[in-house]
Design a protein around this ligand. Structure first.
Ligand code: AMP
Ligand code: ZN
Length: 113
């Protein structure tokens, strides 16, 4: 737990979130500012800063986040979806606690801007 981290506060229950899934390792909740009809985030309960800070002991949890992200997208009726994880401000990261964006329900261009 990082006392200054927004997502750690959501995990602790200090800030509310619209949750889709939770277990002992991970949490999925709807993005507060959705960029697609389906847009939720999947995060580890452990405070990992971002994709550039995954250590060997985190590999299983990151795999679980990917698996669960896809599973939840399909359960919510989306066979096509986009997964995004930003690392660093220049890549668009604004919350420095690892999060997988799961987005669906509209076309996505490639490459992303
Ligand atoms: P990123 O720019 O990749 O760091 O993504 C951070 C995401 O967190 C953005 O899409 C925000 O809309 C989202 N976000 C920020 N605050 C909250 C919150 N309190 N509840 C849910 N999503 C949030
Ligand atoms: Zn955190």
């Amino acid at each position: 737990m990082d006392d200054n981290c927004l997502f750690c506060k959501i995990i602790a229950g200090d800030i509310p979130a619209d949750k889709l899934y939770e277990d002992e390792d991970i949490l999925a909740f709807h993005d507060i500012n959705p960029e697609a009809p389906l847009h939720f985030l999947v995060i580890p309960k452990k405070h990992i800063i971002g994709p550039g800070y995954i250590d060997e002991t985190d590999q299983e949890i990151i795999g679980k986040i990917l698996r669960k992200g896809g599973e939840l997208a399909k359960e919510n009726g989306h066979e096509s979806f986009r997964l995004v994880a930003n690392n660093g401000a220049k890549a668009g990261q604004t919350v420095f606690h690892f999060h997988l964006h799961v987005m669906g329900g509209r076309p996505f261009s490639w490459p992303p801007g």
